[in-house]
Design a protein around this ligand. Sequence first.
Ligand code: ZN
Length: 448
Amino acid sequence: MIVDSVLTNAKAYLNKEVVDCSIAIENGRIFKIGKETQMPNADEKTNLRSMLVLPGLIDVHVHLRDEGKAYKEDFYTGTAAAAGGGFTTVLDMPNNAPVTMSKETLKNRMRIAESRVLVNVGFYSEFPNNLGDIASIVAEGAVGFKLFMAHQVGGLNIDDDDALQEAFTETGGLGVPVAVHAEDKALLMANGERLKRTNRHDTTAFLQAHSERVELKAVERLLEISAQTGVRLHFCHMTTKQGLKAVIEAKKSGRNVTCEVTPQHLLLSNADFERYGLMLTMMPPLRGESHIQALWKGIADGWVDVLGSDHAPHALSEKSAGSVWDVKVGVPGLETTLPLMLTMVRKNRMSLARVVQLLSEKPAEIFNLKDRGSLAHGRKADLTVVDFNQKFRIDASTFHSKAKYSPFDGWEVQGRPVKTFVNGLLVMDEQAIVAKGGSGIIIRGDHA
Ligand SMILES: [Zn+2]
């Protein structure tokens, strides 16, 4: 038999070990992993020159924009950024124009994306106004629901505990995860209005509005409302020791909850925000040293499940404004996450095994991405090839993303993605995009 391709001289991450091997790929899947002499004949052979091969990375927190927000990012540039950053699958958030919150908006988004994406893309939906529509959104292929608690985005009234409980019961029954942005709207608004009345428009005021209590209150409320519903809650971007502790306590008591942190909340602080200004505006905001230490401890102790980039591109002009209340929140992250985390491995802040767990294994498990998240016979041939020795300086002007800025611009890092294979196809080679839009597939939720 002649397979599609064979990759030789790989150092592949298999069963928690780095193993010298070759990998045969047939029909988009891993056909065989073994010695070079055991490989079948192939149409194409690639010598990986002892590069490290990781199971394709999965980013469960990405804003691909497009449609009415295509000036910020579109399906092609966003997934080019993913491929450049070593991600083979991304999950797209629903706060789009229009908001993804119905069977029709989801279907249309999938249709537009299909011919343009370079990596695999799954889609979240916000909750619809009519909870009876949840089942049809799931049937259309949503990988999960996103619930934004800081202000009203979807159709579900976030002030209404009974409606939230009903939505959780419905999604719990369908086995669909619900990713939550845990900041309490009422407390956030009250804080913000009080500060605006005294004419406060500075970064410190933003930090005061998005207080630690704002995160904790939302986490506690969601845990309480969801207690008897069977829903699988995934807490996005946890930032405070109190909020994380509440999630950890819930896990200890047997609750089926998971959580995420972002590289920016691990590596930057509120002092950086006050020093460098509005470009670092994000929600939840950057925090102080004791919180950052709690996040690292959560990673070391195994309580944190996922690293998400929260890739949130905006036009550069939207990242500066007269007032902190008007600036758009979030920063691009797809092209910095892996190099930053590999650098942390170099600095012994975390193990390579933990990076693979946080960026591939657990995301696949939580979002039911079958056949992804590990390297094994029969799995999809999603591969992230890394030059673990390459040192370079992050240069945002070279990003594939439309957002060519980063709080990490100029940082010296070590460890760079050099090839990205998506379903067996080479999509990124030495930072050049070498495939066409439409090479990635649309992932439809497979919930049981
Ligand atoms: Zn986000």
